[in-house]
Design a protein around this ligand. Structure first.
Ligand code: ADP
Ligand code: MG
Length: 270
């Protein structure tokens, strides 16, 4: 079956059959994932280009988190394939593949019984990093994430919500993965903290040149982060493009309603 084999990404004698950028960093090829009668993801084909930020949006339950979980091998397709760099993701290789993908969930997912440094070092230590190397990398990332290095010895419960999300991001970056998956990373934060972290996160993505797939149900946030928005409904893509594309040529009434549901403050102009 053409296109379904890793060889399809490279031609004879090591010459790429297509430019490397044409192979998405991550992709879903006709992926379906059902829970009982619910198709959380329904025959979905989507590619995520290297170095770009793509934002998945859509109402609660439309399948956004399932897409991320499929991409990182926490869920497996009932049909179709997930690919990393053109290669089909397989269970035997999933741990190795996950090290190349940083994953941040909404609540941060930090272990409460470990300090910040303990959380950051868990996987690197398992991979044989020395304490010294973990500490140096943690301090480096604390600078990037604007977290005071004094906080490295605290427990998650001793941090604010915004600080916890900075730590969750740092943890995802410890191994310097080329790809980041972020599932509503700012959803639990109050508006001011969220606003600041949006600015900082976007600056970090640009600075590091990562491939980023981010989930939000907030349209302004989606437009702030992504040049490419993917609007989902019931496990499928309704529209894929820039916010301008959505506005200029909404794919259907659902897109129109989704755009209209964004309510400005009374008297405020956009
Ligand atoms: P979103 O992140 O867009 O809110 P999800 O991907 O979490 O949506 O869920 C998509 C659909 O799949 C929902 O109907 C949800 O209830 C269902 N679903 C997700 N995970 C499971 C699961 N582990 N067991 C049963 N149903 C699930
Ligand atoms: Mg979700």
């Amino acid at each position: 079956m053409p296109g379904l084999l890793p060889e399809a990404a490279s031609g004879v004698a090591g010459m790429p059959a297509m430019p490397p950028d044409a192979v998405p960093a991550l992709s879903l090829d006709g992926v379906t994932r059902a829970y009982g009668a619910v198709r959380a993801v329904d025959a979905l084909t989507l590619g995520f280009a290297r170095g770009r930020t793509t934002v998945l949006i859509g109402s609660s339950g439309c399948g956004k988190s399932t897409v991320l979980r499929l991409l990182i091998g926490l869920e497996w397709p009932d049909a179709g394939a997930v690919r990393h760099d053109g290669m089909v993701l397989r269970r035997e290789r999933v741990l190795e593949a996950r090290r190349r993908v940083g994953y941040v969930i909404q609540e941060g997912g930090l272990f409460p019984h470990l300090t910040v440094l303990g959380n950051l070092g868990l996987l690197p230590r398992h991979l044989g990093w020395s304490r010294q190397r973990v500490r140096e990398r943690a301090i480096e990332l604390a600078g990037l994430a604007h977290l005071h290095a004094d906080l490295l010895v605290r427990y998650p419960a001793e941090l604010s919500g915004g600080q916890r999300q900075r730590v969750a991001l740092m943890r995802a970056l410890m191994l310097d993965p080329p790809t980041l998956l972020l599932d509503e990373p700012l959803g639990a934060l109050d508006p001011l903290v969220r606003h600041d972290l949006q600015d900082e996160l976007r600056a970090i993505f640009r600075q590091l040149g990562k491939t980023v797939v981010m989930v939000t149900h907030d349209l302004p946030e989606a437009a702030f982060f992504g040049d490419r928005l993917v609007l989902m409904r019931e496990g499928r893509v309704v529209q894929d493009g820039s916010l301008d594309d959505f506005r200029r040529a909404p794919a259907d009434d659902f897109v129109r309603r989704f755009l209209a549901a964004r309510r400005g403050l009374p008297g405020a102009s956009e």
